[in-house]
Design a protein around this ligand. Structure first.
Ligand SMILES: Nc1ncnc2c1ncn2[C@@H]1O[C@H](COP(=O)(O)OP(=O)(O)OP(=O)(O)O)[C@@H](O)[C@H]1O
Ligand SMILES: [Mg+2]
Length: 392
């Protein structure tokens, strides 16, 4: 885009016999016009302060209208009249650019003398401006898509590196942990039933079991544990998860609304693992709603009938973008007692089902989790070999 705009300012300057031209594009966040290309103007003039879009693009102007500014000193569109006079500028042609009523920027031509602008010259400028608006629009679209893609690639690479690390750690810790559990459980049988020794050993066993749970979670996340898939209906699995947490909802004054599609076909799933995903999401929602609230759960089949879509939405605290970018990382938690494994494990499980999970949220606006899983009507083993670890 920069190259095109450079050519535009240079060519229009030459063809319209101007002193110079500049191209500014509107920054929608700051509402200021930013310099993208310039020709024929002094460095000092170009480096003057920020340029407000309110002045230069002030309406009313007709769409694709060339505005002629003859009175440099007093026209409100000229933000730095002294500097312009010093630069030898006596007349300006403005062409605000817009596409479908959306302001995009401005092409401005500078002249050292007043003179009549022919209709042909205006038509030429308008044609150039229309082409530029389309080019800017396309360039913006490509930039947004590129940044989304970069983010996705980064996230995937980060998660797979973390997954490998987690699997390594889990393997290393699993064996000594099994030893501790075995010996402490055996010792419990040999010590007096009441006494400090028994109490101490009970704590060791209890804490070791807790560690084993965490390790299991890590293995789930890193896809080391193969899911045991059977034909099941996702609506039933959601029902089971809701049953488990019924008491939690009541105690925390949370209402749950479900809109589960009756046409949802059964699919090959690991029911226990999927239940764990839903329980993790629900517990997070409960924990994000200190003063009660509402959870909405929806299931549906996508338009092509190939995928099930499961949506969990709450009216809780929500989260800022920096947090949202990290919630699927193992051990990332904002809670004093959280292990930060709930969503990491859920991510691994959904991946094991060849699906994907995405989170959407803003602070104070609740959180929404969207899970998409392909509908499999035959056992996964009958599918092609490569699909086991394939991406959706
Ligand atoms: N529904 C939600 N609303 C607001 N924040 C959420 C929600 N779900 C997750 N989070 C944020 O994501 C973080 C990670 O969640 P995750 O379930 O992985 O770990 P945790 O809940 O902190 O700990 P654990 O689940 O292991 O007990 C949470 O600490 C919280 O900051
Ligand atoms: Mg959690």
């Amino acid at each position: 885009m920069d190259e095109i705009l450079e050519v535009v300012v240079w060519k229009t300057t030459e063809l319209l016999n101007a002193k110079g031209a500049i191209f500014r594009i509107l920054n929608r966040q700051t509402e200021q016009l930013e310099l993208y290309a310039a020709s024929g103007l002094g460095k000092e003039y170009l480096e003057k302060g920020p340029v407000s879009s309110y002045r230069q693009m002030a309406r009313p102007y007709r769409k694709n209208e060339v505005i002629v500014i003859n009175d440099i000193q007093n026209d409100s569109r000229v933000q730095y009249p002294q500097e312009a006079m010093k630069e030898g500028i006596r007349m300006i042609l403005d062409l605000p650019l817009s596409l479908l009523n959306d302001d995009m920027g401005i092409l401005r031509l500078y002249f050292t003398k007043h003179h009549e602008i022919l209709e042909d010259e205006k038509d030429f400028m308008i044609a150039v401006a229309q082409q530029c608006s389309c080019a800017i629009d396309k360039a913006r679209l490509i930039e947004t898509q590129q940044s989304r893609y970069d983010k996705l690639v980064l996230q995937t690479a980060k998660m797979s590196a973390l997954g490998r690390m987690a699997a390594g750690i889990a393997h290393e810790i699993n064996n000594p942990l099994a030893g501790i559990l075995l010996y402490s459980s055996n010792m419990i049988k040999k010590v007096p039933p009441d006494g400090q020794l028994k109490d101490g050993l009970d704590i060791i066993v209890h804490e070791t079991i807790r560690c084993r749970g965490i390790i299991q979670g890590l293995l789930d996340f890193s896809r080391e544990r193969e899911p045991e898939k059977t034909l099941a209906n996702i609506n039933d699995v959601i029902g089971k998860a809701l049953n488990i947490l019924e008491n939690e909802f009541r105690l925390n004054r949370i209402t749950v609304e479900t809109d589960l599609s009756e046409e949802m076909a059964s699919s090959f799933l690991d029911e226990n693992q999927m239940e764990q995903v839903f329980v993790n999401l629900l517990i997070n929602s409960v924990e994000a709603m200190d003063e009660g609230g509402r959870i909405d759960i929806k299931t549906r089949t996508d338009a092509k009938g190939k995928c099930m879509e499961i949506e969990f939405e709450d009216t809780g605290s929500g989260l800022p973008e920096e947090t949202l970018n990290r919630i699927f990382e193992p051990f990332f938690s904002t809670k004093s007692k959280g292990t930060g494994l709930g969503l990491a494990v859920s991510y691994g499980i959904v991946q094991n089902h060849m699906g994907d999970i995405q989170a959407y949220s803003e602070p104070d606006k609740g959180a929404r989790f969207m899970i998409r899983i392909p509908l499999l009507q035959q056992p996964p083993s009958m599918k092609t070999e490569g699909s086991k670890n394939g991406t959706p």
